[in-house]
Write a new protein. Sequence first.
Length: 149
Amino acid sequence: MRTTTSIALLLIVFLFSCSKDEGGSNILGVGELSMKINGTQWKGTVITNVIDEKTEQIAISSVNTSANETMGIVIDDFTGVGTYPIAGDNFTGAIYLRKDKVLFTGGKEITYKVTSVSSSLVGKSAKGTFSGTMKSTSGEVLTITDGKF
C-alpha cells in the first residue's frame, strides 16, 4: 500500500511540475533545486517541497521552464534530519524528464541528506543535498552531483 501511495504522490508531483501555467500557484514552493548532470549545471524552481508526516514522506518537484525539464524526488520512511534511503525503505527515488522526453529514474543509487526541516503556516518542508546515478529505459546513465534542494 505504501508503494502505491508513493507512486501516486510522485505522479501528482510531476503533474504540478509539468503544468504549462508558468504563473501557476506553488504548493509550498521553496526556492530552487539544483544539481550537476554529467558535470553540467541544472537549476529549477521548486514547485512542491512538502513533508507528509502521515505517510512519512517528502515530495519535491522542480521545473526548469527555459529548458522544459522537470525533476521530482520522493523520500520514504522520513524520520527527520539524516541520510536516506534507510534500511527497509519501501520507495525512495527520483525521476527526471529531459527536454527530449527521455525519462530517467533513480532509486537507491541516489543518496539524499536532509540537513534541515522548516515549518510554515501551510506545512513542513526540507532542505538537503543529493548525489548518485539515474538511468533511462534505454540504459543511458546520468551522474548527478552537487544536488541541493
